[in-house]
Design a protein around this ligand. Sequence first.
Ligand code: GDP
Ligand code: MN
Length: 400
Amino acid sequence: MNLHEYQGKEILASYGVTVQRGRIANTADEAVAAAKQLTEETGTGWHIIKAQVHAGGRGKGGGVKLAKNLEEVKEIAGSIIGMDLVTPQTTAAGKRVHMVLVAEDVYGPGESEIQEFYMSVLLDRAQSRNMIMYSTEGGMDIETVAEETPHLIFTETIDPAHGLQAFQARRIAFNLGLSGKAFKEMTKFVFALYEAYVKSDSALFEINPVLKASDDRIIAVDCKITMDENALYRHADIQAMRDTREESPIEVEAKAVGLNYVDLDGNVGCMVNGAGLAMATMDLIKQAGGEPANFLDVGGTADAKRVEEAFRIILKDPAVEAILVNIFGGIVRCDRVAQGIVDAYKNMGDAIKVPIIVRLQGTNAEIAKELIDTSGLNVQSAVEFQEAADMVQAVIAKNK
Ligand code: GDP
Ligand code: MN
């Protein structure tokens, strides 16, 4: 689960990380009110208006703009709210912007030069340890830095038994070329950031840019947080931050009925029991010349009700040209699943317009095949993996 920038900054601030302060607005008028309030709280005259969508690269797409007075706040907020923001990280259709963050301008000139850094905290799976990744090259996307100037990316690995050590925080500040007050501020920043990451059970914190302001404060200007969904039950407050408008509507619906569904770009829908088999099935579809339209694990109970729910979810995707059902009957018997498919199909009347290929293997597979073959429905059955692949291929070839 991803969070909005403003939500991430709330979490950071609650752990003592200095953030660029801001207020959320759903309309241009709310943005003006937010700007006035912010001027009172921070003394800022200029405001930065930032689209709140789950995608990075907003600046490049015109979703982050500086307003030098209240008229500009109103004008810019009005133009950003409601737009379909296209960034390097969205599709060509973009993402609809529902709200903006009106934030204080922290880039003003002063005693020292401002600097932008990159910093993230994440799990290094190879070492089974948390890692702080940072770079002097802030504000750019880190993939480009990794490609063009990999020597400018540094990492600090944290020993879980000892936690983040003071010498590590100092090494980070040193490698970023800081001294004096900025150096001290950075070590504090790193400690608070790391604590926020660990205590909130996150999978990723990415702060890009971390700003060294002209008064040598270290400030989180942007914030991307990805939550570890398996730990969300421990954080009701963060769970409440979920914004389903940012998620695929089909995925949201699938989650509501307890199906493990991930939307993909292809043309062959899959219904499978078990995540490993689902992955193998997606490979099978690719080999047969198709592209999986989704990942769907129906889990252990493939009864008529569940199969019907799964069919309905898969069919919401207009790109689906065929559905491949691949079920291994270990605990669940194949004939029960076959009956479930037949019942679901009959129940759905003419809602199913695409061919269905069913491959059932395991306990009572032959009885299951018989059940499907004699049902009189537009369902082809297979027992072997390859048979099913050939059937998928034939359907795709016909549609070409
Ligand atoms: P992203 O493009 O989605 O990563 O959004 P960011 O929050 O990182 O903002 C994009 C860029 O806007 C930053 O890299 C900064 O260059 C600029 N920016 C952000 N905050 C301010 C600010 O307070 N003042 C000014 N002048 N620029 C800002
Ligand atoms: Mn950014």
